[in-house]
Design a protein around this ligand. Structure first.
Ligand code: ASP
Length: 291
């Protein structure tokens, strides 16, 4: 984790907690926390999102609240700085859960959500293969892009958050530019309710990061919530389910897990996971690794 990322995480925690302290809803705290990370360009989301193999950023996000099990999600959205806000609007302004592709982008534009910055858009078009480029050159460019994305990968993770508000409602959210070497149109776990994100006041809230294909196959967020519902602590639920991911399918992931009584766990089977927490006492705690 770079110092800039640590500062940004800390600022995001302060923003989220301020909303909760004023009696605001957990879902809004989650949205605003993630929003700051999306606009920082320091993580694999919003301004810093990965590109798919055709050079285009297609982003995924979702949000869920645990009082009424309301959820909203966006998949393969393009050119929007805050996919998490688009997901919140799907949750609040429609009777759907998931919008995908160009119509999802049009939905965000209808609500006048902020576009990605001009600088980013220029960098993005510079990353596209010129139509005239020979196939071999294109592949070379692609391999170089993948290599540089891999080098950046350790520094640029998907972003997520969980929160518990004064009314006792939990919420979870995630926002991502996906993984390395994605086919155009690939969608990960982050916009899939129950996979990347889940929240239920009767069990808890979970936000996942990691290789989405494995997270999807084991429906990890809901599986962790189910463990919480049977009385497991967040630490035990996360540990058991992440072990299952590794032993069954050699998956790789990290989790933010929160129970409705305020206990929480941050656990990962990846080498690193930059994350933090704050309950208003002292200063926000941010680390690059959790055991
Ligand atoms: N889970 C995300 C995805 O598979 C990627 C990540 O968390 O880094 O799209």
């Amino acid at each position: 984790m770079t110092p800039a990322q640590a500062t940004c995480l800390s600022d995001a925690l302060v923003i989220g907690y301020a909303i909760l302290e004023q009696g605001g809803p957990a879902a809004i705290a989650v949205e605003c926390t993630i929003g700051l990370l999306e606009q920082s360009g320091l993580f694999n989301a919003g301004e810093g999102a990965n590109r798919q193999l055709d050079g285009v950023q297609r982003m995924d996000a979702s949000i869920m609240e645990g009082a009424h099990l309301k959820a909203g999600a966006i998949a393969s959205i393009e050119g929007i700085l805050h996919p998490i806000t688009a997901a919140r609007l799907v949750m609040e302004a429609t009777n759907h859960v998931l919008l995908a592709g160009p119509p999802a982008t049009a939905f965000a534009q209808y609500y006048k959500l902020e576009p990605l910055s001009k600088g980013r858009a220029l960098r993005r078009s510079a990353g596209r293969s010129p139509a005239s480029m020979a196939v071999a050159q294109t592949m070379e460019l692609y391999r170089a892009m993948v290599k540089s994305q891999r080098m950046e990968k350790d520094q640029h993770g998907t972003v997520g958050a969980v929160a518990l508000d004064r009314a006792g409602t939990v919420a979870a959210g995630a926002s991502t530019g996906g993984v390395d070497s994605m086919l155009p149109g690939r969608v990960g776990d982050s916009p899939l309710i129950g996979c990347g994100v889940y929240a239920d006041n009767q069990s808890g809230a979970v936000s996942m990061t990691g290789i989405g294909e494995g997270i999807i196959r084991l429906v990890l967020a809901k599986t962790m919530c189910d463990r919480l519902a049977t009385g497991a602590s967040p630490t035990v639920a996360a540990r058991q389910v992440l072990r299952l991911l590794v032993s069954r399918i050699k998956g790789s992931a990290g989790a933010l897990v929160l129970s409705p009584d305020g206990r929480f766990a941050i656990r990962h089977v990846t080498p690193y996971m930059a994350a933090g927490w704050w309950n208003g006492i002292g200063s926000p705690k941010v680390r690059g690794q959790f055991s």
